[in-house]
Every structure is written in C-alpha cells, then in structure tokens.
Design a protein around this ligand. Sequence first.
Ligand SMILES: [Fe+2]
Ligand SMILES: [Fe+2]
Length: 195
Amino acid sequence: MQINLDDKIEEIRKYTMAAVNESRYEHSVRTAGMCEKLCEKNGIDPKRGYLAGIAHDMCKKMDDDLLMKFASKDGNPITQIEKDKPSLLHGRAAAVKIRQDFGVEDEEIIQAIANHTFGAEHLCDLAKILYISDKIEPGREHITKDYLDELLKLPLNEMVYTVLKENLDYLAKKGKSVSGLTMKFMKELERDISK
Ligand SMILES: [Fe+2]
Ligand SMILES: [Fe+2]
C-alpha cells in the first residue's frame, strides 16, 4: 500500500519530539532538512530523505534491553561492540521500529536508518546521504556556510568521501578506534572515486 509521506513524516516527527531530548530533536530536524536537500540534488524524492532524517535518532533514549530487542529483529547478529555499548544499536532499532510500528516498508529508508552510525559497503544513495547529513547538518560545530557551499558542489560519492575522511582524521587525532564497517565504507568510496 502506498503511504502518504507527509502524514508519515508528521507521525514520526511527533514521536521523535516526545521520545528524545530537545537538542536531539532539533538535530533530527536539521538532519532531515539536510537530507531532504541532498536528496533533491541527487534525484531522490526529498520527502523520503526528510523521513529518514527525522527518524534516524528516534531510539536514541531507548533503554538498553529494548534497543537489543528491537535491533535483534533485523536478522543480523548483535556484535560484541554493540553488546558492550548497546546505544550503538539506536539506528538498527529505529530501522526496525519504523517498519514495525509506523508501517514504513521503503527498504532504502530502512537501510539508511539502520546504517547511519557506522556506514557500510554497498549502501544505496539515500543511505550515503543520511550518513553525511547527520554529520554536516548546520548545527554541527565546524559546519559553516562556506564549507557547505564548497562541499555541495561535489558529486555524491566525492562528497561522502570528503566528509568521511574528515571524520576519520578527527577520530585518529583523538585516538579513537573506528569500526570495521566504517573502514569498509571508506575503502569502497575510495575505489569508486578513483575509477
Ligand atoms: Fe544516530
Ligand atoms: Fe544523528
């Protein structure tokens, strides 16, 4: 059945507003706006982008047991890193929740939300767009208008590569470890843009 995206966005927006704290909700609205804009630029229905953005952190305040319960329904194993830190499952849990509780069957939206924390190989364009929208929404500290103007001139894979590279450099500087999934995501982008 075709869902009305405007109604669905409103339903999820209200849920998210009630489920997370104010600053997280505001981040979700800004991420949704960025995702909408980048979808439009890349020939994807911007409402699908907005929906993915407004939903991506809806499980951010869910307790650990519930996060595990929701995430384990996606059919993939819960990794040791996720068991040690269940908050990392908030994307996978939200992906299950929008299908189960909100009736969203759009596989690209579901893939985008599920993978927004680590990225992965073989992601659809919508998932790549959500991944970077989360990091370049205008409320993020280092994101200026000039930075965005330059970034948004790039083709999608180069844009994603640029944002991911900056993020990995930052993590390296802080001495933080990087997920294997993120490294694979990076390597695939490197291959794609050097073709
Ligand atoms: Fe998140
Ligand atoms: Fe986020």
